[in-house]
Design a protein around this ligand. Sequence first.
Ligand code: C2E
Ligand code: CA
Ligand code: CA
Length: 751
Amino acid sequence: MAEPDTVLVGREPPAGLDVPMTLRKAEPWLVIGLAVHGLAVDLVDSTSTMEYLVVSVSLLGVLGVAGLLGWRSRVAVVVRCGTAIVLGYVLMLAGGPSGGYILLWYFVLAAVYPLVLPSVEGWVLVAVIPVAYLALLPFGAADGPVAIALVRAGSLVFVASFVHTGAAAFRRAVAQRDGAFDLLDTYSHGSPVGMALWDRDLRVRRMNQALASLLGLQTGDQLGRRPHEIPGMPPVVADHLRSVLATGTPERDVEILGGGRTFVTSWYPVRSGREVVAVGSVVVDVSAEREATRALTQAATHDPLTRLPNRALLSERLADALGKADRSGQSVAVLLCDVDRFKVVNDSLGHDAGDELLRATASRLSAVVGPDDTVARLGGDEFAIVAAGLGPAAARSLGERICAESRRPLRVGADWVTSTMSVGVTVAADGETDPVGVLRDADAAMYRAKESGRDQVAMFDVGLRPATNERLEFRASLRRAVEADQIRVVYQPVYRLDRLRSGSARAGRGRRGGSNGATASAAEASEIVGFEALARWTGPEGEVSPAVFIPTAEDAGFIAALGEQVLRHACSALVGWRRATGRPLTVAVNLSARQLADPRSVARIGAILADVGVPASAVHLEITESILMADVEGSIRRLRELRALGVSLAVDDFGTGYSSLAYLRDLPVDMLKIDRSFVSRLPEDSAVIGFVVDLARAIGAKTVVEGVETAEQLRGVARAGCDIAQGYYLSRPLGAAEISSLLATGGRARS
Ligand code: C2E
Ligand code: CA
Ligand code: CA
């Protein structure tokens, strides 16, 4: 038989003597009964030996009382029975006419004790009583002739065996019943489904382990309890039990919440014939399934990374908001927020950092908006906000708050990252109900913000609508051009300034007009030392500025291909010019942020140089200051790798970013390229330019000035100590053929 609290909660403890408790309780009375009988015998037969009877009666009385008080163990029963046998024997031995009466004790013991004793002791008893009786024969105390005594002994055996056999049959029946119950219990114990059986009194008759553990019950004392007496049993259970008992119809799949879990329970009537005698219940814990369903819904409507609503949910909410707005006349603003140059962070700092940045952006946005507004992640680095009740002015200022917030540097892993945002704002027009259209308008505005230089808010106006389609077409045709290698390269000559500085060149002849203004000014600047390669593209609508198509290529992900094409063209051209002139001309090629961020770029650039056969020392790579500073440590790493190829490195647009002097010292660069805004502010900015020249010398770099447009500027930058200059005054960017003829005519000072 299994342990009570592992198989069944509330199982009765097994009877120690394997005998029903009622019999065990009655047994001491039997001994007392014998004692009383002894007294009666004494009254009938006054000649009997008083002292034996007194002793026997008192002893049996004491034993009987001890039994009544609870001394009911197996030993106690054996002792009582044994004492009664011995006392009877002694009394019969003492003789006298009362011996016949005392013999009754043996019959009583034979008729009762096999029931009260366990099986083995019972068999012993069947033998002991007749043997004890026969043992009186030698003393002539068996109350009659031998033949009669033998018949009596036989009937004692018969009575005791009969009772014992009856008891054994009863025990077997009980064992069979218990075995059947055990099997049922084992079955229900093994079931993963919680099960219980309730009687008509609503008391639980059976409760399996699964149900007990669902209720958090450990011990086995629930049997016989009503629902409200069982800890953790939800009160509604009683109602359902009553209803099934009353109607006789099952109640199925009722969901019950309890202790933070969800249970599905069914109750069914248990019948005997037509009568409902009990109610069975099965309970399944579906918490995990419900949680999974909830997670699925969450996954379908939320972005797993930021836990913000996704595009689907946003569209739904936007549609709701538009519907409400239509009825109430309230306005709905949609802000589309795109992280500027997110791909750069993602590529340079790694995807984990990118993810962190997106999460941080998500929480910043959530902090800025109102409690009823929806912030959603549309995908990638694009977020959207739906704010009901916001007019154009309020929506714009919300956008501005977002931009301001995003300018604060963020800690991403070990780095500080500043990632600005471009925000497009639209306020849905009256009667507008199509969320897709509203989102498209916000998107168009966001593109306007990007085009106007990022890190700003742009408001939608209808004039932008055609632009959205155009933008897609534009992107596609640029991609086709890159794929077909149709990006052209022009070369702007760069000149050495040292001769001019030493005063050998004459000042300010001015630029001659016409196409060949270059050569005229070149005279003043002395000698061409190299070129900057600049990409050119003529789109379907005509010439497009690289300031437009370079960011497009960056966003669309094919800037690396474009940049590598420019590099290859520039290197091939340079090889030709170096051969033709025999001079160590150089070419500067611009590197985009994404190329810098991509670890594969280094190998690809190296391969192009090797392929074309240009010495790496003749190639300069220009990287914009703000890009370098966005991730200084990453930049330093990548610049070292590039430098290991043998190329020179220049910081482009120097002075427009926020270079930290400490970082600048560590950046492995060969040139600082002073931004043309400083040149245009000459002579006021000459001290600044002088400072950059000193700074460059301090870190072992040269200075290049760009955007020299006048003779005065040229003299100014020369005086300030710059090493190299380029600008329209010296030469516009020229096609490769023009450069060839320029070089053929000397390309150097004719002074
Ligand atoms: P940048 O690298 O600062 O290039 C210098 C820009 O200044 C060029 O504009 C050049 O034509 C212009 N410039 C030269 N001299 C003068 C002058 O005296 N006055 C004025 N106002 N401008 C002058 P461009 O070619 O339109 O290029 C614009 C930007 O596009 C470049 O700025 C560079 O950042 C980017 N870019 C151009 N080609 C490539 C390329 O192949 N790859 C990458 N990644 N970026 C490129
Ligand atoms: Ca440049
Ligand atoms: Ca520049």
